[in-house]
Design a protein around this ligand. Structure first.
Ligand code: TXE
Length: 491
């Protein structure tokens, strides 16, 4: 674990192993934290809050700029480990991790440039607000983008003056732990950033229900989100959740079938489909449907699987046996529901795929919106193709799931692009793109995809609470209970 600026063992002495999903080899033994470790980490973070919560925004900003600088310097080391623990292709992790320092720069600068407000107040008063930190916050993070998702929570928390206890995914806790070294070297005081690895039902539940935690910020499945939110609610702990998704890639026939195929492949197969904004549903106009499907099948079958550390590899394995079992279950369901398996639908054969959690990129055609494969989050390299006849039908299909995290609209008609985007019930809509993210740009879901926003000023605000200071400027002496015959007023 990483607590109080150093590596420590779990109080129980227990550990669990972390595997490389490409070959099932154990790559690390990690301390398994439980309620006692969470208690200790929260106490350490509460002590550190006395200092960090009072530090000036300027000094926090300077330290965060150093975090960014050190991360840039140690990038390769982080990329290596991220690839080993997630099985994600190095070309993706290199591109993703290279952006992370921007979060520390952006939120550090936001803290330094943030201005509070002076709301009107009747009578002779000066009235101003201050955004103050919440205290100790808890971050519960997943395995698909271990460091990116953590960074989206840590950077605004630090900038606003909070201290934190992180419970990373049991499948990928290594980079969150290593980040502790960066924090220490940058001058983040000991105890501000703490990591208690462990399982959801152990360390995760202990963090969620801890009365010393002022906010729980979770990225995970929608069911986990509901459980964690309701447990947090018992202590009136704030909750933010970035949860499941079933994003549509809405493509109009004014762009070429080849561009449609490139769009959906990018949206769907990055991270072997294991992202909350994965383009799980390709909505395509009936007039180009067959041409698109033919090319999509050909290009999907040509995707290069292989050693994730090889820069030429395009698709890595799934994270775990369990995740592959979920994908296999949904492929069976899709076939039983009457969809047509047009590509993939099985594990790759031969070396080096005998070990590890490999699965071929998969395409289903003849999918109806009421099928489970079109509705439920699979979280794997599976795309459902659904044809539409007009714009209204495309919008209805895009909105026809319980989720509302993201969607992309592909068209060269500027009016249609915005019109459709405005009708889509999702927190993030890309036009002629997918997956793009920026520290300044709000990220989060509508409907069952979550509560709250990561990134941008909204995320910074959500890691603060407002204090209102009301100053009486009057020269008049004040005595509410005097019998001077004057009418009294409150303002
Ligand atoms: O996620 P979990 P899992 C979805 C995706 C995937 C499914 C399950 O559909 O197939 O979730 O994946 C911690 N109290 N997403 O099991 O369980 C857990 O230890 C407190 C979408 O990996 O949601 C981990 O740290 N904590 C998602 C984190 O929650 C608990 C990314 C997420 O785990 C807990 C990942 C509990 N009761 C999966 N139970 C996205 N939005 O990108 C679990 N945890």
């Amino acid at each position: 674990m990483w607590v109080d600026g150093k590596e420590v063992l779990a109080s129980s002495g227990k550990t669990f192993s972390v595997q490389n999903p490409k070959n099932e080899e154990v790559i690390a033994q990690v301390a398994e934290g439980d309620a006692a470790d969470v208690d200790h980490a929260v106490a350490v973070a509460q002590r550190a809050f006395q200092q960090w919560g009072q530090a000036s925004a300027e000094s926090r900003g300077h330290i965060m700029a150093r975090v960014a600088e050190i991360l840039r310097r140690r990038l390769d080391e982080f990329i290596d480990i991220e690839v080993e623990q997630t099985g994600r292709a190095r070309r993706e992790m290199a591109a993703q991790l290279a952006r992370l320092p921007e979060w520390y720069d952006y939120f550090g600068a936001l803290a330094r440039t943030h201005e509070d407000t002076v709301p009107p107040f009747g009578g002779q008063f000066l009235n101003y607000t201050r955004r103050v930190p919440l205290g100790v916050v808890g971050h519960i993070t997943p395995w698909n983008h271990p460091l990116l998702i953590l960074t989206k929570k840590v950077a605004p928390s630090l900038a606003a003056g909070n201290t934190m206890v992180v419970k990373p995914s049991e499948l990928a806790p290594l980079t969150p732990l290593l980040l502790g070294e960066v924090m220490r070297e940058a001058g983040v005081p000991d105890g501000v950033y703490n990591v208690v690895p462990g399982f959801g039902a152990g360390a995760g539940a202990a963090l969620t229900t801890h009365p010393g935690i002022r906010k729980i910020d979770l990225t995970g499945g929608t069911e986990t989100g509901k459980t964690v939110a309701s447990l947090a609610g018992r202590n009136l702990t704030r909750f933010a959740g970035e949860l499941g998704g079933k994003a549509s890639v809405v493509t109009f026939p004014d762009i070429s079938p080849r561009a449609v195929v490139s769009a959906v492949m990018f949206a769907s197969f990055v991270a072997t489909g294991q992202t909350c904004v994965q383009g799980a549903r390709l909505l395509v106009h009936r007039s180009i449907h067959d041409e698109v499907v033919n090319e999509l099948v050909t290009r999907t079958q040509a995707l290069r699987l292989g050693d994730p550390q090889d820069l030429k590899t395009q698709v890595g394995p799934l994270i775990s046996e369990r995740q592959r079992a979920v994908v296999e279950k949904y492929v069976r369901i899709g076939i039983e529901e009457g969809a047509t398996l047009a590509a993939g639908g099985r594990r790759p054969e031969g070396a080096p795929y005998e070990r590890g959690y490999w699965y071929l990129p998969t395409i289903f055609t003849d999918v109806r919106n009421d099928m489970r494969i079109a509705q439920e989050e699979i979280f794997g390299p599976v795309v459902c193709v659904l044809p539409f006849d007009d714009e209204d039908e495309a919008v209805a299909l895009a909105n026809g799931t319980e989720f509302g995290l993201a969607a992309s609209v592909w068209t060269s008609d500027v009016r249609r692009a915005h019109r459709v985007a405005h009708q889509i019930e999702a927190g993030i809509v890309w036009i002629n793109d997918h997956h793009r993210i920026d520290p300044a740009s709000p990220w989060g879901g509508f409907k069952m995809s979550g509560i709250g926003r990561e990134n941008g000023i909204a995320a910074y605000h959500d890691y603060t609470q407002i204090q209102n200071v009301i100053v009486n400027l009057s020269k008049e002496p004040f005595d509410w209970f005097s019998d001077d015959g004057e009418a009294k007023r409150y303002s």
